[in-house]
Design a protein. Sequence first.
Length: 208
Amino acid sequence: MPGAGLFISLEGIDGAGKSTQARLLAQALQGRGFEVVQTREPGGAAGAEEIRRLLVEGPPDRWSPETEILLFTAARRDHLERMIRPALDAGKVVITDRFADSTRVYQGATRGDLRGLVDDIHARVIGTEPDLTLILDMNPDAALERGLARGSGEDRFEDFGLPFQQKLRAGFLDLAKADPGRCVLIDASRAEGEIAADILATAIARLS
Ligand code: TMP
C-alpha cells in the first residue's frame, strides 16, 4: 500500500543498465500510486553533485582509493541528510542509482583490501542500509562497451579497464551472497523489458 517509506538501491558494474532500470521502476511505481523519489550517487543533492564531478572526471590515478572513500562518503552524507532521510520520513519510496555497496566494492575490494576502512567510516557517518538492493549482473565486456560508448565524459572508473570491471563483478556477487536478505541478484543480460518486469515484481513483493 502507498504510505510506507521504502529505500531501494540499484547496484552493479559500469554499463549494466542501472540508470534505465531506476527510471523504469520509478515510473512503474508512480503508476501504481506510490510517491517516488529517483536519485543517484555520487550526487543527489547540490553539494554532493559538486563532489561527483571531482570523482568521475579526470585520469584514473587522480585520487587514491583512501581519498575516494572520504569523498564518496562526504557526498553520501550530504545526500542522506538533504534528500534520502526527508523523503523516507515523508513515507516516499526512494530509488537510488548506487549507494554504499558501490564504495564497498569499488574502493573496498579492487585496489587492495580496504573493506575494513570502508565499513568503519560507513558505520560512523552513514549507518543506513537500503531495505532492498537490486544488483544488476552482466558480463563486463558488454557492459564496458556500453558504458564507454555513452561518451559521457564521466569515464574515470571505466578507464581503469576490463580487469577492474571483472573484479567489480566478483565483488558485487560476493556482496549478494553475503547479504541475501537485502540483496537480490538480477540477470541484466536480458532484454530491457524483461529485466524491468523482474525488478518491479521484486520491489512490489517488498512493498506489500
Ligand atoms: P555512475 O556512472 O553509476 O553514475 O557512477 C559514477 C562512478 O562512480 C561509477 O564508475 C562508479 C563510481 N563509484 C564508486 O567508485 N564508489 C561509490 O561509492 C559510488 C557511489 C560510485
